[in-house]
Write a protein that binds this ligand. Structure first.
Ligand SMILES: *Cc1c(COP(=O)(O)O)cnc(C)c1O
Length: 455
């Protein structure tokens, strides 16, 4: 019998090329799930089946799907002004949002605050903006030899060629390596890589020493360090001690290097604080935001910069200006969604409630440490990750051909939960509206999925 879902799938596969997918695995290994609507933490399929969105639809959604207040703000804005180019023109949502982002951005009292906002359309585009700004700023200051970027091993900053050049996740990078500008990679402070008996903080200190050596050996050639504070998300939800960020901030200052914090995934409360930088009390020179920025409704990125960086572009010459643009820069609908999302943080005391939810997640995750093939369970705020290895031994990963992660994905999906592992790392990054009952069933399903996939 051909069901509606089968019919839909064949229409889809006839015309669509899906992201981050080996299309040959459809339809057999990976049945497409046609989604009709979303409601809170639920995705509701065309056949009426409900799936708990435990990964917040690729880390975008904050308060649940189709959150009515954000939906209403977008609708109201659409009836008023849907788009106008931001070169030569201005509009209320773009200005309001910039003011509010600057007011909540990470802040070090001893440092002039982040003072200007440049908009882009998605995370990767935001990273491109930050990289180009850093290079161009030094260029304008008569230091064009500062053109190397330093990034961290196992880091991820997006898929466009500039962003990919500072990324170090082989799966996404390897094929394109011949096209990529050369970057310098410093060891990751990742606590999972700590030597036996070494604390997370000691591991972070050791990685900072290596970063200092790298800076010293390329003194005067580096324009910026880019990193994901606290959690390397696409690199497998690998977490590090905040002390690394303090050391990195100091090293950047000592060597005249700009610090770019990529909080595209960690921003807006994912790691427990509004921004992960706060956990080390550091302020970057450039801050990249996207994903949760609009509550998960629309693509938008914001790059926050210091006044000093902004001033470096002011000149009679057009070439000294930052001429970068995207057609939809500062789109009013996306800005309206972001403003509504920031309102919810205030009206619903979201961060305080998340502290309870995170404690609940910790309690539910702890027993899964005892599963035979779980090597590590780690948490940063609203992110929990389970590292699956053979026998739970850190040094014995599963044979990639076993596709343990894929099997866990399918096992969870069959039970009505969306887990989308990163390799053999299963993780939870639920919308903040997730309820205790939903978390309890998420934990049960995760246990079953891990047991089934690693059996
Ligand atoms: C997702 C992500 C990006 C890229 O954002 P897109 O909107 O997918 O282009 C960049 N940096 C980090 C840390 C991310 O998690």
């Amino acid at each position: 019998m051909i069901t509606d879902a089968d019919h839909w799938r064949s229409r889809d596969l006839a015309v669509l090329w899906h992201p981050c997918t080996q299309m040959r695995e459809h339809p057999d290994m990976l049945p497409l799930v046609p989604i009709a609507r979303g409601e809170g933490a639920w995705l509701i399929a065309q056949d009426g089946r409900r799936y708990l969105d435990a990964v917040s639809s690729w880390w975008t959604n904050l308060f649940g799907h189709s959150e009515p207040r954000i939906a209403a703000a977008i609708a109201a804005q659409a009836g008023q002004l849907e788009q106008v180019m931001l070169a030569g023109f201005s509009h209320e949502p773009a200005v309001n949002l910039a003011e509010r982002l600057l007011a909540i951005a990470p802040r070090e009292t001893a440092r002039p605050p982040l003072a200007k906002v440049f908009y882009a359309d998605n995370g990767s585009a935001g990273v491109e903006v930050a990289l180009k700004m850093a290079f161009h700023w030094f260029h304008n200051r008569g230091q064009p030899q500062r053109r190397k970027f330093v990034a961290l091993e196992n880091g991820y900053h997006g898929e466009t060629l500039g962003a990919l050049a500072v990324g170090d996740v082989p799966l996404y990078r390897r094929v394109y390596a011949p096209l990529l500008a050369e970057a310098l990679f410093a060891p990751s402070p990742d606590a999972y890589l700590a030597a036996p008996g070494e604390s997370a903080a000691a591991r972070a200190e050791r990685a900072a020493v290596a970063l200092g050596e790298l800076f010293a050996s390329h003194d005067g050639e580096i324009c910026a360090l880019i990193l994901e504070p606290r959690v390397q998300c696409a690199g497998g939800m690998r977490m590090h001690d905040p002390v690394y960020l303090k050391r990195a901030r100091d090293l950047c200052d000592a060597h005249g290097v700009l610090l770019i914090a990529d909080e595209i995934a960690t921003g807006f409360g994912r790691t427990g604080t509004l921004f992960a930088c706060e956990q080390a009390a550091i302020q970057p020179d450039l801050l990249c935001l996207s994903k949760g920025l609009t509550g998960g409704f629309l693509p938008l990125a914001a790059v926050l910069a210091t006044q000093d960086i902004y001033d470096g572009f002011l000149d009679a010459s057009r070439e000294r200006a930052f001429l970068h643009s995207h057609s939809y820069t500062g789109n009013p609908l996306a800005c309206a969604a972001a403003l509504a999302s920031l309102d919810i943080f205030e009206s619903d005391a979201v961060l305080a409630r998340n502290r309870d939810t995170a404690a609940h997640m910790a309690a539910l995750a702890a027993p899964l440490c005892d599963l035979a093939n779980v090597a590590d369970v780690r948490q940063a705020g609203m992110i929990v990750a389970f590292e699956l290895t053979h026998g739970g031994d850190r040094h014995t990963p599963f044979d990639p051909a076993r596709r343990v992660g894929l099997h866990a994905y399918r096992a969870a999906l069959a039970r009505g939960v969306v887990l989308r592992p990163l390799g053999d790392i299963v993780y939870w990054m639920p919308p903040y509206c997730v309820t205790p009952d939903q978390l309890a069933s998420l934990a049960d399903t995760t246990r079953s999925a891990i047991e089934e996939a690693t059996a």
